[in-house]
Design a protein around this ligand. Structure first.
Ligand SMILES: [Fe+2]
Length: 307
């Protein structure tokens, strides 16, 4: 696959300092200048000022100049202008207005993290010991950026930008919602949902396992219960455990673990899902504000007044 990873994203928010403090607490490593790193992905997150919260830029890594040539031809076929340098190609998505930067980048390599030992019926794999998950004391630090979900006023067009333009593949589809798209072996890296305005729904960050999701979210909620959005649960599509929290600008940030990985396209059978399973397999039901964030009306008013 010529596309192999998400590199980095830039989000725009009104209050950069408060949002930067939130993502520091979330476990990203500040690099200065409102840029942040994950432990395995390097610099993957930047915060810039904008009047309304939004996705400003999304980066996709490819292997070589041939890959850039291909993407250049694909976006040209969509009649979109692009800017090419030696090792990258920039193109503005025409509906939501973010910039996609496709660049030649090293593939992400992750050290193997052994799964913790679990006891089960007829299986005492952890004799005479407590579960590792309850003995952890260190901070929770995401390994990498997993995926980005945005709302677009023209879902089909923005999705086509990613598939036909950049070259994302479709892993699974919910006809009434969207396709789950990947630019790596992760089940999904981008999803675009129909919305009354263009906005950033959430970013998602990989942690070791479900205990790290629980530990991370519990710590974020201490003294800040209003940050809770939805969790703990397990998605049906993509299989990942999840817990969604809310940053000061209103963007959701997700801790996830155990996402499906598609390492051989021929062996993965894309599915079509509807109803609750389009959203989750188990967990509390999603609050209405997950599907329709509380600030959408205010964002729409702001979007009109700043035009
Ligand atoms: Fe997600």
């Amino acid at each position: 696959m010529p596309l192999h990873r998400l590199t980095a994203i830039t989000i725009g928010v009104p209050d950069v300092e408060a949002t930067a403090a939130y993502y520091t607490e979330f476990g990203l490593t500040p690099l200065g200048g409102h840029a942040f790193a994950t432990s395995d992905g390097g610099e993957q997150f930047r915060i810039t000022r904008s009047t309304q919260r939004k996705l400003v830029e999304i980066g996709i890594g490819v292997d070589d100049p041939d890959d850039l040539d291909r993407v250049e031809r694909q976006v040209a076929a969509l009649e979109l202008p692009s800017e090419r340098t030696g090792d990258s190609l920039s193109v503005v998505e025409p509906i939501a207005g973010f910039t996609a930067v496709v660049s030649i980048a090293p593939r992400i390599t992750q050290d193997r993290v052994e799964p913790p030992l679990y006891n089960g019926p007829g299986r005492v794999d952890r004799p005479n010991g407590r579960a590792p998950g309850i003995e952890r004391e260190g901070s929770v630090n995401p390994h990498k950026l997993g995926h980005v979900v945005i709302g677009s006023t023209d879902q089909a067009a923005t999705q086509r930008f990613f598939t036909d333009g950049i070259g994302f593949k479709i892993s699974d589809t919910v006809p009434s919602l969207a396709a789950f798209m990947r630019c790596s072996t992760d089940h999904h890296n981008v999803l675009v949902q129909q919305a009354p305005l263009n906005f950033l729904h959430h970013t998602s960050w990989q942690v070791d396992d479900v205990d790290e999701i629980g530990r991370g979210a519990t710590k974020m909620l201490e003294g800040n219960p209003e940050r809770h959005v939805w969790g703990l649960g397990r998605h049906h599509i993509g299989s990942n455990f999840f817990w969604y929290l809310k940053d000061p600008a209103g963007n959701f940030s997700e801790y996830y673990s155990d996402l499906d990985c598609i390492v051989d396209d021929a062996l993965w059978k894309p599915g079509v899902w509807e109803g609750a399973k389009g959203l989750y397999n188990w967990g509390p039901p999603p609050p209405p504000s997950f599907l329709k964030p509380d600030d959408l009306a205010a964002l729409m008013t702001g979007a009109h007044s700043s035009e």
